[in-house]
Write a protein that binds this ligand. Structure first.
Ligand code: SF4
Ligand code: SF4
Length: 212
């Protein structure tokens, strides 16, 4: 009973998926062309929610490698984030608060940042499990550039997310194994993933649910 730890093979697989995402992102960004340099916005205050235990565990691999002081600073910011976020959500508004990992405008855990952070920006396409095709136009800056450079939005190149998302879903299944259906559905901000500590195995999850 205790912490859910990624076996080395799955840890390497998640790093490989992330790497491929970054490479595909760069190809599309170059074709648009889109760069975050000089952007008046910083997407790291977006209310991103994350859905996989495997990514949560991988985030903790990165957090554990940080120095004590750096981690303590991040934990304080994460606690503040969670509190502030609750207040904003209670008012029925969408939070816009800097991610606790943001340091001087840069991601403080770049190689462990989550999938949603990695995909935000360029246009993307996705085929859902029910076969429905979806297209996302990218961030506001990307949409402005696409409008200038392409006749219509669908002429712009897009990052095809389906295969990589499936790979991540398969990894998640393997990670949680035949207990997958028992784990509570995940929907968490990075701040909550930090404040709550690393993901726990199913026995611990069920116990904390009983005590809640
Ligand atoms: S993803 Fe888009 S909105 Fe976000 S920082 Fe980059 S260019 Fe700006
Ligand atoms: S994890 Fe990094 S990239 Fe993602 S929102 Fe936080 S600071 Fe930004």
């Amino acid at each position: 009973m205790g912490e859910l730890i990624l076996p080395p093979r799955l840890s390497a697989e998640i790093a490989a998926i992330y790497k491929e995402m970054a490479e595909q992102y760069d190809v599309v960004a170059e074709q648009i062309p889109l760069t975050c340099q000089g952007c008046p916005d910083n997407c790291c205050d977006s209310y991103f929610l994350h859905y996989t235990y495997a990514e949560w565990a991988y985030l903790w691999e990165g957090l554990r490698a940080l120095g004590k002081e750096v981690f303590a600073r991040i934990l304080t910011r994460a606690r503040e984030y969670v509190q502030e976020c609750e207040q904003v959500l209670e008012k029925g508004e969408r939070p816009q608060i800097n991610c606790p990992l943001l340091d001087d405008g840069l991601c403080g855990l770049y190689f462990h940042r989550l999938m949603i952070c990695r995909n935000h920006g360029v246009p993307a396409t996705l085929t859902r499990p029910d076969g429905q095709q979806m297209r996302f136009p990218g961030c506001f800056r990307c949409q402005e550039i696409v409008e200038q450079n392409f006749v219509q939005e669908t002429d712009a190149p897009a990052m095809e997310r389906t295969r990589l998302f499936r790979r991540l879903a398969m990894l998640e299944s393997e990670f949680l194994g035949n207990m997958r259906h028992l784990y509570p559905r995940l929907k968490m901000t990075i701040a909550e993933m930090i404040v709550n500590g690393p993901p726990q195995d199913i026995e611990s999850c069920l116990k904390s649910q009983e005590n809640a």
